[in-house]
Ligand binder design. Structure first.
Ligand code: TYD
Ligand code: MG
Length: 450
């Protein structure tokens, strides 16, 4: 009997080879190859789409692309001002983070405005979707639901109904019969996305695809299809914290600098239009070791509280932890403090925490970490109406960061009175609404602690 032909795919990036390999030459990940049957060439005659003819560049009209507002401001912001007709959007994220909830809420808003929406779930029965919908509140419009995983049947349904927006939840459950591989395999995920792309572009339907991020198992991750879609959004957050961030990592119709902030409540996702206030909830007043920093997420300034607890160690090796920021960076900053300020850090345990569950890896947070460490070490608090930002170099110099004015303005808006920032940045701010203290070296900050 002839052996059925198989190939190996990288389940991270979709790289294809005939032999198994330990490391993927495409994405350099280890142990990501899975064996799958060769994908049969599919014929797309049944999609009923006309082949386009070449057109002259000079004759192509550039009417503004049409956009539909989702009715969720934070979502529109990330999409670049609404859903573009005919666009293919991937919404990725860990299982349970709230992708289905977000999209169902979007469907509610859109259908209430009279748009024709089709929500296709391959993961949940209609009953389960109904239960979730009941949790979210009243659905006024007409929303069409379908529980189906066979893409050919989905294709027929879409052609028949021609809705304006289709949700596919999730791509890892969808399959085409003519491809021998299991749902969720690289070839299935690629082929089904390809078909959806042709349907969407051909009929001018906007399609949202849900993709689970997977670390293990044989299910293909969303990276396999990132290059095929127009927009890639990732929904992130901590399971322990209730806030969620929607981030665009690729967007053919808008900026990738925008983020949307949501809070997961009992009755669904609520928009957080002022993330700073949200992040600073419950901040202690006048406590040593607590400092507010102005950090940037995309183009948005978010004020966060950085906490440090420094105490004498009981171990041979001092313990250090960093929650919400880079552990190595914290170690480096402690070494800088030890060497440049002569503060004895090597015998100290240090626990650093960015409160609120945010994760911030921006160097602009350095100054806040240094201040928090020194404040806790000296047991002296920083004035509670003060914020700071700035990068700290190895000689203890405080270096400029981007968008200083915006950071200072956000702080002023929230009632902060003083801003500690790099001297170079201070000179560029024309109209501060807040008192600025420019510093050149971390040596100068010792005087700022009461
Ligand atoms: P879900 O949208 O099913 O996640 P995903 O589609 O990304 O896998 O969200 C599931 C989680 O959200 C679940 O743990 C329960 C929680 N949740 C709420 O807290 N409030 C709600 O109103 C809903 C619908 C879900
Ligand atoms: Mg889901």
């Amino acid at each position: 009997m002839a052996k059925s032909k198989t190939v190996f795919y990288c389940k991270e990036c979709g790289y294809e080879t005939t032999k198994w390999m330990g490391q993927c030459p495409g994405c350099k990940q280890w142990d990501t190859f899975v064996e799958e049957p060769v994908a049969k060439k599919t014929i797309y005659s049944n999609t009923g789409i006309k082949y386009p003819e070449p057109e002259l560049l000079s004759e192509v009209t550039t009417t503004q692309e049409e956009r539909i507002n989702t009715g969720i401001g934070e979502f529109d912001r990330v999409l670049g001002g609404g859903i573009v007709t005919g666009s293919l959007v991937l919404v990725g994220g860990d299982p349970g983070i709230g992708k289905s909830t977000l999209l169902l809420q979007m469907c509610r808003e859109l259908s209430a405005k009279g748009h024709k929406i089709l929500y296709i779930s391959g993961e949940e029965s209609l009953k389960q979707i109904k239960l979730r919908a009941e949790r979210l509140g009243k659905f006024e419009g007409e929303l069409l639901l379908l529980s189906e995983t066979n893409l050919d049947r989905i294709d027929d349904t879409i052609q028949k109904l021609s809705p304006e927006v289709v949700i596919i939840d999730s791509i890892q459950t969808m399959f085409k019969e003519e491809i021998g591989a299991a749902p969720g395999s690289v070839s299935q995920v690629r082929e089904t996305t390809g078909t959806l792309m042709r349907i969407g572009k051909g009929l001018g339907i906007s399609i949202f695809i849900v993709g689970h991020v997977t670390k293990e198992g044989v299910v293909a991750g969303p990276r396999v299809l990132e290059h095929m879609v127009d927009t890639v959004l990732y929904f992130e957050g901590d399971n322990s914290a209730s806030y969620r961030i929607l981030r665009a990592v690729k967007n053919r119709f808008g900026s990738t600098n925008e983020i949307g902030v949501f809070e997961m409540r009992n009755e669904g996702l609520a928009e957080v239009s002022n993330p700073s206030e949200y992040m600073l909830q419950g901040k202690p007043e006048g406590e040593p070791g607590s400092v507010v920093a102005a950090s940037l997420e995309g183009t948005r300034t978010i004020l966060v509280e950085v906490q440090a607890l420094i105490c004498q160690t009981n171990f041979n090796m001092p313990r250090r932890t960093a929650a919400g920021t880079d552990y190595n960076r914290v170690n480096l900053l402690m070494a800088v403090i030890e060497k440049r300020l002569g503060v004895h850090m090597s015998g100290m345990d240090a626990y650093i925490n960015v409160a609120g569950g945010m994760r911030i890896y921006e160097p602009a947070l350095d100054l806040a970490i240094v201040l928090a460490i020194l404040s806790s070490y000296k047991n002296k608090e920083l004035d509670s109406k003060t914020i700071c930002f700035g990068e700290v170099g190895l000689t203890g110099e405080v270096r400029a960061v981007n968008m200083p004015e915006q950071r200072a303005l956000e702080a002023a808006k929230l009632g902060y009175e003083t801003c500690i920032l790099p001297q170079v940045n201070k000179e560029t701010i024309k109209n501060p609404k807040i008192k600025l203290i420019g510093i050149r070296n971390i040596r100068e900050i010792l005087n700022l602690l009461k």
